[in-house]
Design a protein around this ligand. Structure first.
Ligand code: MG
Length: 265
């Protein structure tokens, strides 16, 4: 069953969304050559706790870190370690917080130093796929429309679309119904309604879509060892369409400005 949120629930989803977005942007600023994922993990945990929230990932089915840190061919659920990031790497950071009983979940992929044009495009297209998926989130559209929008765009570039891991409903629990695949057929699956909250998260690979899991039982990598990118927002469906919850105050203000300018034009 998909849980529709009340106005009060949505206010709390907004709060936790903004909170985790601020952590995300702080981490984005920390990514660089020589930084280790363990340092990023420590910083993330500290920032989440300082804001009075709980790092949702810690202890989730036994996961030991506040963030998933997935470098290069790692797709998701990467373990943090002391290895310094190096020039030309890409790193995906996925994080979630629980605050006032509700969860916000977000991820991004960032370059380390100077990366190839091929990798720049992979990251850019993954972000575009996220935007296109979000744009489908209007009442009376269907969950299959989201996957279709992501798939259409990713396939133009020949990228492998990860099928083994999906987006999800989100609220009091990090993972609620429905599963939101990054592929699909328009007009299929559950009907989207106002009050639904989704975590939409395309994962695109430079090569095959196939995955395997490392001996740590968590870290998921591409089967062919080629790089992978990930981007995620938590959104709410309103009567007017999608509202991205995992934006910082600044990002929300910038978005509002763009919208007002569009209306004025
Ligand atoms: Mg998620």
């Amino acid at each position: 069953m998909i849980i529709a949120k009340s106005q009060k629930d949505l206010d709390r989803m907004r709060e936790v969304g903004e909170l985790i977005a601020e952590v995300r942007e702080a981490l984005r600023g920390m990514v660089g050559i020589g930084v280790s994922t363990l340092e990023l993990n420590r910083a993330a945990e500290k920032m989440i706790r300082e804001r009075g929230a709980i790092p949702t990932f810690i202890g989730y089915h036994g996961f030991p870190f506040a963030i998933c840190a997935s470098v290069n061919e790692q797709i998701v659920h990467g373990f943090s370690n002391e290895t310094p990031l190096k020039d030309g790497d890409i790193i995906s950071l996925d994080m979630a917080a629980t605050y006032n009983g509700f969860v916000g979940d977000t991820a991004f992929t960032a370059p380390v130093g100077e990366i190839t044009d091929e990798l720049k495009q992979l990251i850019r297209v993954t972000e575009e796929c996220l935007e296109l998926g979000i744009a489908q989130c209007h009442p009376n559209k269907r969950v299959g429309d989201i996957g279709w929008a992501v798939q259409q765009h990713a396939e133009k570039y020949g990228y492998g679309i990860v099928r083994d891991y999906t987006g999800h409903g989100i609220g009091r629990a990090m993972h609620e119904a429905p599963q939101i695949a990054n592929y699909g057929r328009p007009g299929t699956r559950e009907k989207i309604r106002a009050g639904y909250c989704f975590a939409i998260e395309p994962m695109l690979n430079l090569g095959t879509h196939e995955t395997r899991t490392l001996a740590d039982k968590w870290t998921v990598v591409t089967r062919d060892g080629k790089p992978s990118a990930h981007a995620e927002h938590t959104i709410a469906v309103t009567a007017d369409g999608p509202e991205i919850l995992t934006l910082t105050k600044e990002q929300k203000a910038a978005l509002k400005k763009t919208e007002n300018e569009t209306v004025a034009a």
